[in-house]
Each structure stands twice: as C-alpha cells, then as structure tokens.
Design a protein around this ligand. Sequence first.
Ligand code: AMP
Length: 213
Amino acid sequence: MKVYKISVLGPQGSGKGTQSALLTSKLNIPAISMGQLFRDEVEQKGKYADEVEKIMNKGEMVPERISKVLLVNRLSRDDVKNGYIIDGFPRNMEQYEYFHRDIDEFTHVIVINLSDEKAIERISGRRICSECGKVYHMVYYPPQYDEICDECGKKLEIRDDDKPEVIKRRLEVYHTYTEPVIEKYREEGILYEVDGDQSIEDVHRDIMKIFTD
Ligand code: AMP
C-alpha cells in the first residue's frame, strides 16, 4: 500500500480544510488541521490556551515552540501510521526546517491558489456553529435557516480571526512567510498547484488527478 504524507497549503479561504476533509475519505488517512489543533488547545484550556488565543485573534503566527509540541503530539497517535494530510503547515521557513529535520517528510505538497480579493470575499461569508464546529458559507454553502446550524440548531458565529482587519493581516502573513516555503517545495519537485477559484467539486477533482495519474 502506498503511504501518502500530504501537506495542503493555500491562503485563508482557499478551501484547505474542505478539500482535506474530502481527500481524507478518498485516501483513507486522517486529516489534521493545524488551525484546528490550536483552536482545540484554546477550547480545552490547554497549557498554551491563553497565549494561542491572543495570537490567533490578531491573525499572527503561533510560535514554533507551541506548534511543534502540538504537532508532534498529534503525529504520535497510531492513526497516522499509513499516512496523513496536514492543512496549514508548514506556514514559514522555521516550521519547514524543524519538520524536515526532526519530524518527517512529505510525499506531496498541494497548493490551492486564490487571489486576495476572492479570499476576502469568501472568508467574510464564513460562519461556524458554536456547538458542533460545522462550517458554512452564507453564499456558497448556506444553512437551511438563516444563521442556524442544520445539525444542532445552534446559532452560527463568525470566527474571531475571520473579522475583516484580521483577514488582511493573515493574507499578508501568507504572502510574506508561506510563499517562500512553497518555492522550496517547487524546487524539490513535490509541489502540485490547483486553481482554488472553482467549485468545491472541481477543486476536488483536480486534486484527485494528482493521485490517479
Ligand atoms: P487556519 O484555520 O488554517 O486558517 O488557521 C487559523 C490561525 O491559526 C492562523 O491565523 C494562525 O494564527 C494559526 N495557525 C494555523 N496554522 C499555523 C501554523 N502552521 N503556524 C502558526 N500558526 C498557525
């Protein structure tokens, strides 16, 4: 059996989380969201909760000493033995370096490209259920009843880091720190780029081509 170790990168709003979730069921390997690991840390009031929450609410990058511990912990679980998909990592050169030096190697790095304009348009419509965490989009994937979760009937919320000023900062961080990482993978020959300005199904189809060709 082929082992896939996949990193999914792309600006905020490019659909990294959505595409990783679709890919996980096709390839039968778990999807790990770096952003979700941090949100869980905050929710579960872990050791780094306060620090992480403050940083995320500003749209800044969580420091390496924290991302490394949380990631190593997650990758020590049995379910990643046959491979995994990580979305939102590595987001800067420091993470790239410690990951490949101390942790593991990727077989594929997928980048979902999207313009800043589109990214802002998409993120500002994003809503999340305060109860079960299900993600909606008021234009592209609306709930059945306005601002109410289809699954549990709770009110939908805007993530603190999806507020407009924070979105701008997150996109700046992406261009400055993540693009150099993407360049590295391009040089290494394991980078696969897909156009994120398409429907969820079409982006998924393009991603699946990488694994069937
Ligand atoms: P995401 O859900 O991927 O959009 O990430 C949400 C937020 O989590 C980001 O704005 C950062 O504050 C933080 N974050 C996610 N991934 C990383 C990472 N690899 N390194 C540092 N911070 C991250």
